[in-house]
Design a protein around this ligand. Structure first.
Ligand code: RRO
Length: 310
């Protein structure tokens, strides 16, 4: 049987990706473990765990808890710091032929600026995710994405220091009253695209111990429990700015889930928590999505983006 032509590509800023299924930052490190299961080139891109200026050991344990249809984490940006990351992880990912989106996170606007300077002109990158929405910082006042002025300051400085070689995708928090207002602010400050959504702030109490289950007390909720929140955020932002690409994430475990995010307005879909249960989840979701789109007679992914809107 001859397969009909189908264009599965997606675009963020000035880059094309062969398909829209990416890893979600924080759920696959820099891809080393996943590469034991499949060729990283098969995915649209690998989005690395958010990297900070200095090495960080993260928050105290326990820092993960299972919840109904979800998972709570309070990792606290554990990682090797930008120097080690650029020395070890980027060359390794380049050697695997993966398309790489580096996620960065800082505690001050100056830290974001310095991370952006380090990424300027690095060969082999396909984009930078500016994570301004980590829920697991000691001081909630440091969740830049909850404040339009702080969000703008970070995005403007990253753009200025990073230059325009690769797309800047800014990751927002659903824990705000008006996500469209924050989205407008970061886009006018220079973001090429948006990543929606980071985890939702949550908490679990151990009724035997009568204490919070996480040492960090609160954590970020992910998994299918938050999918309707992701759909809502993507739909609202896509309604307001149709030509800004959205990388959607939040509880995607099947091709049908990915299609739901795409119909809401996502141009790409990251798979995160599902990977913990099955390391090949993203690859399966990619095939399921392609079959679904073809069955529904789409000739390209692009035609399906935002299809749930008028
Ligand atoms: O490292 C974390 O605790 C973390 C980060 Br940076 C983030 O963006 N979202 C999340 O749920 N956890």
């Amino acid at each position: 049987m001859i397969e009909s032509a189908f264009d599965f590509r997606t675009r963020f800023g000035n880059r094309y990706f062969p398909n829209p299924i990416f890893t979600a930052s924080g759920c696959a490190g820099s891809g080393r473990e996943l590469s034991n299961f499949f060729d990283l080139k098969e995915l649209g891109a690998i989005v690395t765990k958010s990297i900070a200026v200095k090495p960080r050991s993260g928050r105290a344990t326990p820092r993960m808890a299972e919840t109904p249809s979800g998972m709570l984490n309070s990792i606290g940006l554990q990682g090797p710091g930008i120097d080690q990351f650029l020395e070890n992880d980027i060359p390794w990912l380049v050697s695997k032929g993966a398309r790489i989106i580096v996620s960065i996170s800082g505690e001050t606007v100056e830290e974001y600026a310095s991370l952006a300077r380090r990424l300027r002109g690095i060969a082999g990158l396909s984009g930078v995710e500016v994570n301004i929405s980590c829920p697991n910082v000691e001081n909630r006042g440091l969740v830049f994405a909850c404040d339009p002025i702080a969000s703008r300051a970070v995005v403007e400085l990253v753009r200025k220091n990073m230059g325009g070689d690769y797309p800047m995708i800014v990751k927002l928090s659903p824990d705000v009253t008006d996500i469209v207002a924050i989205a407008r602010e970061v886009v006018s400050a220079g973001a090429d695209a948006l990543a929606l959504i980071n985890t939702v702030l949550g908490m679990v109490i151990d009724i035997e111990g009568m204490r919070p289950k996480l040492a960090g007390i609160t954590g970020g909720l992910s998994g299918p429990a938050i999918r309707p929140i992701a759909i809502r955020a993507i739909y609202q932002v896509h309604s307001a700015m149709k030509n800004i690409p959205i990388l959607g994430m939040g509880g995607v475990v099947s091709g049908r889930d990915a299609l739901e995010l795409i119909y809401a307005g996502a141009s790409g879909v990251s798979v995160g928590t599902a990977t913990f249960g099955n390391p090949t989840a993203a690859l399966r979701i990619k095939s399921e999505l392609e079959v679904l789109l073809r069955d529904k007679n789409f000739t390209s992914l692009e035609e399906a983006v935002g299809a749930a809107h008028d």
